[in-house]
Write a protein that binds this ligand. Structure first.
Ligand code: FMN
Length: 329
């Protein structure tokens, strides 16, 4: 940031941080426009995932995640003024910014640093509970988002976590039984040596080099449900907490707020040395979200789910991102 001399350069820097956000299949469905006083967030319709996300719910959740990253970074660098949602055609939101290189806002430092720490862990967690103070902090943050119609439930009861794992397994089996879902997923799966700036490289799901070369083929033509169910349920069962975000309404605007809350809480987790793993199979497939809502006695519709805890292994490599030039419209 110190080397950025113009407003546009400073906004580019914020975008670079923001795009490390999670997105379905690492599709990065976002585009940005820098104006004289703001940064506009658009979505790229070509990145819609017809099979994994026919309603575009995950697409708007991903956009919410990138928006929250951008806001947190702008807050830390003293540039943040306000966000206005547009939600018309492909124009999602506009973040108004101060044109100045202000002093850093120290209260956002650890959160902003977490933007570069976050990754989708997917692995096993240590058998340690999350500190009460961290949980309280997460719940306090989530409280601020309830006005936007989204709520966070932190599930710690082992029976409930077991039920989440079982429903995730059911969701994975349904998804993997669909040839078109498998075909789409395989198109986003990458070898460990791929130079592509999007998609899921094998190393992100724990595959060494050689298996990463045959994985796209297997992902497309074989169910692999057994192995995926085992890996996902093992991971969920070791988590000390499952965070579920629910809402009373179902609309692109709600999904955007779900993404904002999810990213904010995930950043907070990383600021407390916790890692997070997103698993939406229990929500995504057929009418399973109702089943999950009943199991967890939720009032609303579950929209997003991630586990958190102290990771058992160190993270080695981040997934790729499109360069800022490619995401500027
Ligand atoms: C809306 C949404 C749904 C996702 N669903 C899953 C999922 O069910 N299982 C999974 O392993 N990862 C899931 N992810 C994680 C993405 O695959 C991941 O964010 C992406 O590959 C980029 O990697 P990173 O998060 O490590 O940066 C999801 C992410 C988002 C935003």
């Amino acid at each position: 940031m110190f080397t950025c001399t113009t407003f546009a350069d400073r906004v580019r820097f914020l975008i670079e941080l923001a795009v490390t956000a999670p997105s379905t299949h690492n599709s990065q469905p976002w585009r940005f426009v820098i104006t004289q006083e703001s940064c506009r967030l658009w979505f790229e319709p070509k990145k819609q995932l017809k099979e994994a996300d026919p309603s575009s719910r995950d697409l708007f959740i991903s956009l919410g995640c990138v928006l929250e990253n951008f806001v947190v970074a702008a807050q830390y660098y003293g540039m943040y003024k306000e966000v206005r949602l547009h939600m018309k055609e492909n124009f999602v939101a506009e973040v108004f910014l101060y044109d100045r290189a202000a002093a850093h806002q120290e209260e956002y430092r650890s959160l902003c640093e977490s933007i570069l720490k976050r990754y989708n862990a997917r692995g096993l967690f240590e058998r340690t509970n999350i500190h009460e103070a961290t949980l309280k902090r997460i719940e306090d943050i989530a409280q601020k988002y309830t006005e936007q119609g989204v709520r966070l439930q932190v599930v710690q009861n082992s029976t409930d976590i077991k039920n989440v794992a079982e429903l995730t397994a059911k969701g994975i089996r349904i998804a993997r039984s669909k040839p078109l879902f498998r075909k789409e997923f395989a198109q986003w799966f990458r070898t460990n040596l791929s130079k592509k700036q999007d998609g899921i490289p094998g190393y992100a799901v724990g595959l060494p080099l050689l298996p990463s070369f045959i994985a796209p083929f297997l992902m497309r033509y074989c169910s692999l449900a057994k192995v995926l169910v085992r890996k996902n349920t093992e991971s969920i069962l070791t988590a000390p907490a499952v965070c579920v975000i629910e809402s009373d309404t179902d609309s692109p605007e709600t999904w955007l707020q779900v993404g904002r809350l999810a990213e904010r809480v995930m950043l907070e987790c990383y600021a407390h040395d916790l890692a997070t793993s997103i698993y939406v199979a229990a929500i995504e497939m057929d009418n399973m979200s109702q089943e999950l809502a009943q199991t967890l006695e939720l009032r609303g519709r579950p929209q997003f789910l991630f586990t958190c805890g102290v990771p058992l292994t160190n993270h080695r490599k981040f997934t790729p991102r499109l360069s800022v030039d490619l995401v500027l419209k």
